[in-house]
Write a new protein. Structure first.
Length: 367
């Protein structure tokens, strides 16, 4: 898969930009604050309908503008996909996929495949469980067409239950809660099954990549910690996991009524990353954590390519400045084929051969 072109209007520092990248490696060079990361963010937004900086849509709008427009065309052996987003500075955005309006990311993830590695991706390893849940959920949405819709339905059911708990507290209607609990458990089982299957797919590739980058044999694995469930059975189906969730949600109802929030379900789970027998979050060095994080992203790239039959677009934001020379050289040797976007403040820091672009003053030009 490759990005044929992207056009942004009133996006961050760009008043108007149309960029037609090379189908291979694109190296974007410019000073800090020149717009390199913003361009990658816009490309990523078209694939995920979210900022990889975790920024709200309103912050994407250029200062003084009423809104931003992002348009881009992706192509693969299956055909072309045009994604168009209009995001006002206030109000709801409008998303078109091949000219037809869509509401969720799931519709885009079915046709557009993209993986991004950012300097902050070490947070996948060292920060809280939300980062690791998001990693597995985002990858699952690109592997299975139904996964994104299941995640969205679970979030809706969770919001409905939490809204009832906040509004009514201990006075919440038991019959209504019974119905919401049944729906939450059923959808939660589906989300759990996807996460476990995703972890099983990606683990061997992460382990191999970590060993190749660090030259140290180590076992990298996921330990799924399900809130209120304990250890989960291997290869459990969505229905089996839902059957485990249902009594756990019921058992937590009394405390949920007191707390006015839902305490059991996939939204409360953690995914520990284990390096040999060590928790990588607390007992790995900074270099080990960065190698694991990079391995997670490249492994996701490989798994998506194998499962979907097309290599995703790969975004590498300032990655080489964060790696020592040895790890950089080993990474270059293992970079996958396909379209890639690499950013750097200094051209000499990027040890890859590709089309070079100069980014400055809201413009992107051949270097």
């Amino acid at each position: 898969m490759r990005l044929s072109w992207i056009e942004v209007t009133d996006y961050r520092c760009y008043a108007l930009l149309r960029f037609a990248p090379d189908p291979g490696i694109n190296v974007l060079v410019g000073d800090n604050g020149s717009g390199k990361t913003s361009l990658l963010e816009a490309i990523g937004y078209l694939a995920s309908l979210a900022s990889f900086r975790r920024s709200p849509d309103a912050s994407l709008v250029r200062h003084g503008a009423a809104g931003t427009v992002i348009r881009g065309e992706f192509s693969s052996s299956a055909g072309t996909t045009l994604v168009e987003v209009e995001a006002p500075s206030s109000g709801r955005r409008r998303v078109l996929l091949n000219g037809k309006r869509v509401a969720s990311r799931a519709a885009v993830a079915v046709t557009v495949a993209l993986v991004a590695f950012l300097p902050d991706d070490v947070d996948l390893v060292k920060r809280g469980p939300a980062y690791r849940r998001e990693y597995l959920d985002d990858l699952a949405a690109q592997l299975w067409p139904a996964a994104g819709a299941e995640q969205a339905e679970y979030e809706r059911a969770l919001q409905q239950r939490n809204a009832l708990l906040r509004r009514e507290g201990r006075q919440a209607d038991a019959t209504t809660l019974d119905a919401l609990d049944e729906r939450l458990a059923g959808l939660g089982g589906a989300v759990l099954a996807r996460r476990l299957a995703t972890a099983e797919l990606v683990t061997p590739s992460v382990e191999r990549l970590y060993a190749e980058l660090d030259e140290v044999p180590a076992r990298v694995s996921f330990r799924y910690v399900a809130a209120g469930l304990g250890e989960l059975p291997a290869a459990a189906s969505a229905d089996e996991l839902a059957a485990l969730l249902a009594p756990a949600v019921a058992a937590a109802r009394r405390s949920d009524l007191e707390r006015r929030a839902t305490s059991v379900g996939p939204h409360r789970d953690d995914i520990e990353i284990v390096l040999d027998d060590r928790d990588a979050r607390t007992r790995a060095s900074q270099g080990e954590q960065r190698s694991v994080a990079l391995g997670l992203r490249i492994a996701a790239y490989r798994v998506i390519g194998e499962r979907r039959g097309t290599a995703p677009v790969l975004l590498l934001d300032d990655v080489f400045s964060e790696l020592d020379a040895r790890r950089s050289a080993r990474l270059v040797e293992r970079l996958p084929d396909g379209q890639m976007f690499v950013t750097s403040a200094r051209s000499e820091e990027v040890p890859v051969v590709g089309k070079r672009w100069r980014v400055a003053a809201g413009m992107v030009e051949p270097a």
